[in-house]
Design a protein around this ligand. Structure first.
Ligand code: G1P
Ligand code: ZN
Length: 544
């Protein structure tokens, strides 16, 4: 029997979880003791594992398999009763959330750096999700961080190796390690939410679907769902084989990185509906023939049409969006007479609202949408909800969007990212704007008069906690909005995100070029924050 080893260790700097867990270069994670220190800090923070069940899986990126072995031997050494591991070490983030909830566990460990590139020179990540299935709240992540600052030992089994490629149960020390089907539970849940018969009818009627799994975790899920279960012709799922380096690609479902998909969708006679998901399967990209659907718009359309899917036929209790997400969903919620909650960036803030039944659907501008079926955003769920809506409405995506804007108005929206800028310069820029917030109201920038300016502070209505400094908000007289914040998921330098939004109620003016429409706001942001002077950049690296 494997021997429990107690290894003496000392704190490693910089193990502070960000927007979604601890994310670092793979090389940082492969340093001796790095992963072990963090994992033991999680176990210590949640009161140990003795007698409890832990869920474990990841997005299959480079270092995933090795990290899975480490976590299994540490969980066993720490006295876990059971560890439920996705076969091959694979669980998409939403599927992990489901397994955590379904088996009444002590939570789970998800190994992923989401949409960041993988490989020896790429990124790796780890996060702990609580028993309700969602990412740990800030109080827990801060406690884990505090623990990493004082850790002096970790426990691990000596020479333990577990066959994770065969479903079944293995006994290791006093722990039952169960290797589970990564896909089955998830598909069953989707079947209970959507009208599969209607979607099957659509997908076998000549309607063309193009789903790009980007060589990431959703490949096996998408094949099982779309081709096997819902009858889409073979070859509808592209790049379906998960690869440790995502085939050298960047598994971020946006128009820039999902280039093949965009090309197919923008060509005449292309597929009717296109979609993609990210590294760990929680994000989604939605494209119709000839039209890209911005995530904030997608959220609004899903809220307006969710009742067409069986699980939401009775209506939604409310909707939540992260503060920088456009207010398109608010316009719908207002007409539906349901509440809107505005939270800081990051999915963890939705958990309490979902647990309390205050909201049914949540979304973020960063291509994350989800509902109360799990406690993570869910890429394939969003794709299925769109398909369910298309199956009912039998209209093209482009027509659905035009009708939506006509009814609710259009929120022109874009996010400009300045990547890998000097961390001190970035922090200086934000604090300089913060210092002048009080003076902004009444002043005009690029012809736009500011009415309010603040640094977003969130009071959680459920647990009463307060999260300060969650992003600068500048609101203009005409309702247009500039938001600025620093990314909490990067692994190199700092990323400044500038979010721009203008509301256009007039249908005649709803088909303009997004960047052109937003140009005056960009100029105002520059005047307020002096972005080019401070960062040395005249253009953002990406506009999404
Ligand atoms: C980004 C997104 C945010 C999302 C997070 C995790 O965080 O902006 O909406 O929840 O990734 O997927 P950021 O890098 O902006 O802190
Ligand atoms: Zn992700």
């Amino acid at each position: 029997m494997s021997q429990v080893n107690t290894i003496t260790t000392s704190p490693i700097d910089g193990q502070r979880p960000g927007t979604s867990g601890l994310r670092k270069k793979t090389q940082v994670f492969s340093q001796p003791g790095y992963l072990e220190n963090f994992v033991q800090s999680i176990f210590d923070t949640i009161g140990g594992l003795k007698g409890s069940t832990l869920v474990l899986g990841g997005d299959g990126r480079y270092f995933n398999r090795q990290a899975v072995q480490t976590v299994i031997s540490m969980a066993a050494a720490n006295g876990a009763a059971r560890v439920l591991v996705g076969k091959g070490g694979i669980l998409s983030t939403p599927a992990a959330s489901l397994v955590i909830r379904k088996h009444k566990t002590a939570g789970g460990i998800i190994l992923s750096a989401s949409h960041n590139p993988g490989g020896p020179d790429g990124d790796f990540g780890i996060k702990y999700n609580v028993p309700a299935g969602g990412p740990a709240p800030e109080s827990v992540t801060e406690a884990i961080y505090a623990r990493t600052r004082e850790i002096d030992r970790y426990q691990i089994l000596e020479e333990c190796h577990c066959d994770i490629d065969r479903e079944g149960t293995v006994e290791i020390a006093n722990t039952r390690v169960e290797i589970i089907d990564s896909v089955a539970d998830y598909i069953a849940l989707m079947r209970s939410i959507f009208d599969f018969a209607a979607i099957r009818e659509l997908l076998t009627s000549g309607f063309k679907l193009h789903f790009d799994a980007m060589h990431a975790v959703t490949g096996p899920y998408a094949l099982a769902l779309f081709e096997d279960e819902l009858g889409a012709p073979q070859g509808s799922v592209f790049n379906a084989v998960p690869l440790p380096d995502f085939g050298g690609g960047h598994p971020d479902p946006n128009p820039v990185h999902a280039k093949e998909l965009m090309q197919a969708m923008m060509s005449p006679g292309g597929p009717d509906f296109g979609a993609a998901s990210d590294g760990d399967g929680d994000r989604n990209l939605i494209v119709g023939r000839g039209i890209y659907v911005a995530p904030s718009d997608s959220l609004a359309v899903l809220v307006a049409n969710a009742h067409l899917a069986p699980a939401y036929a009775g209506g939604l209790s409310g909707v939540a969006r992260s503060m920088p997400t456009s207010q398109a969903a608010d316009c719908v919620a207002e007409k539906l007479g349901i509440p809107v909650f505005e939270t800081p960036t990051g999915w963890k803030f939705f958990g309490n609202l979902l647990d309390e039944g205050l909201v049914t659907i949540c979304g973020e501008e960063s291509a994350g949408t989800g509902s109360d079926h799990v406690r993570e955003k869910d890429g394939l769920w969003a794709v299925l909800l769109w398909l369910n809506i298309l199956a009912e409405r039998r209209e093209s995506v482009i027509d659905i969007m035009s009708a939506h804007w006509q009814q609710f108005g259009r929120n022109y929206y874009s996010r400009h990212d300045y990547e890998n800028i000097d961390s001190d310069a970035a922090a200086g820029l934000i604090s300089a704007v913060r210092d002048q917030l009080g003076q902004l109201p009444g002043q005009s920038f690029a012809g736009l008069r500011v009415v309010t300016a603040d640094d977003f502070c969130y009071d959680d209505p459920v647990d009463g906690s307060t999260s300060r400094n969650q992003g600068i908000r500048v609101i203009m007289e005409d309702g247009s909005r500039i938001v600025m914040r620093l990314s909490g998921t990067g692994t190199e330098g700092a990323t400044l995100r500038v979010y721009l939004e203008i509301f256009e109620p007039d249908p005649i003016k709803q088909h303009g070029d997004v960047q052109q429409v937003l140009a005056p706001l960009v100029a105002a942001a520059e005047e307020i924050a002096r972005i080019s002077t401070i960062t040395g950049r005249t253009e953002p690296d990406t506009r999404t």
